[in-house]
Each structure stands twice: as structure tokens, then as C-alpha cells.
Design a binder for this molecule. Structure first.
Ligand code: FE2
Length: 179
């Protein structure tokens, strides 16, 4: 399976969105693979899957209403995870689909979805496998609109808006993935 083939097929005629998606996803993949190789020295990690899923985790963004990303769909941006998941399930990629669905922030719990009134189905969308965790972790370091890699302190600041619990999850990942 070649992620770029899938992206090119779904993003045909949407060059700005495709460019932004590929640039962002490549940066996420770079960090995620580096983490996978580090963690892979002491645990079983599917490195190839991490790379593919990193390239595909945001594929659902095109159907959202996010003009700054070249996306002129109708759905709210937060739904890009479940949209991507459905798309990948239809492509016969159920494991990659779960990465799409579980990569928002450090993951969304049923309680998050309920209390924040998010337009998402009420199911747990937190990363469960090590590969899902690695992609969600790597994604936090890269904006789609700004160059450069965020410092961990910046990631913590962004997550703190959603509660200290989110920061704690990130801190635990950061500890495991950088040692
Ligand atoms: Fe992303």
C-alpha cells in the first residue's frame, strides 16, 4: 500500500490541500518513525505501519470547512479523524483507520466528547496501541500552517487548554518516547 497513491487519488484537483497534507504528514512521519525506532529497541513496534499511518492520519481533512488548509468541505474540522477513518475502512485499511480516529490531541474520551459537545459519535477515541500513541504524539509537534517543530513546552501549553490530564498523558508519552 502506497499512502501517496491514496492521497493523490482523493486529493485530485485539490492541489493546495494536497500540498499542505503531504508536507505536514511527512514531518509527522519523520518524527514518528524516529520514535518507533527508538522504542522498537525495547518493545515490538510496527515501524512500517507507523510510517504509513502517519502519512494517512489527516486524510479526512478535505471534507472539512477549513479554507486556510485549502479544504472547502462542509464538516467541522474536528471530524477529520472520523471522516478519514471511514475513508480508510472503505479502502480495506481498518488498522490505519483507527489511527485517524484516535489522533486528535492525546485522544478524546467519551467524557471529552460529551462535555465539550463535540460533533462526534460517543465512543472512546483514545490511542490504544503503541503505534497509535506514537502517531498522535508526533502529530502534536507540527502545525499544518506554520513551519518548524514545536517545543515540548509549547505542546504542553496547547494541551493545557483542555485540562491538566491531557498534559499528563503527553508528559508520560514524552518520557517513554525520548528515553
Ligand atoms: Fe496531523
Amino acid at each position: 500500500m502506497q499512502p501517496l497513491d491514496l492521497i493523490n487519488r482523493y486529493y485530485a484537483g485539490h492541489n493546495q490541500a494536497r500540498r499542505i497534507l503531504i508536507a505536514h504528514s511527512r514531518r509527522v512521519a519523520g518524527l514518528a518513525v524516529a520514535v518507533a525506532e527508538r522504542v522498537g529497541q525495547r518493545a515490538r513496534v510496527d515501524r512500517e505501519f507507523v510510517e504509513q499511518a502517519s502519512m494517512l492520519h489527516d486524510i479526512g481533512m478535505l471534507q472539512t470547512d477549513t479554507p486556510k488548509l485549502g479544504c472547502h468541505g462542509e464538516q467541522p474540522y474536528i471530524t477529520h479523524g472520523i471522516i478519514g477513518a471511514e475513508l480508510l475502512r472503505n479502502e480495506g485499511l481498518p488498522r490505519h483507520a483507527l489511527v485517524c480516529e484516535r489522533h486528535i490531541g492525546v485522544g478524546l474520551s467519551i467524557e471529552d466528547i460529551e462535555t465539550q459537545g463535540l460533533p462526534l459519535p460517543l465512543r472512546d477515541m483514545c490511542p490504544q496501541s503503541i503505534e497509535e500513541e506514537i502517531v498522535a504524539y508526533a502529530d502534536l509537534f507540527f502545525s499544518k500552517t506554520k513551519p518548524g517543530q514545536r517545543a515540548p513546552e509549547m505542546v504542553r501549553e496547547l494541551l493545557a487548554k483542555y485540562g491538566q490530564h491531557k498534559v499528563s498523558i503527553f508528559d508520560a508519552w514524552h518520557d517513554r518516547f525520548t528515553h
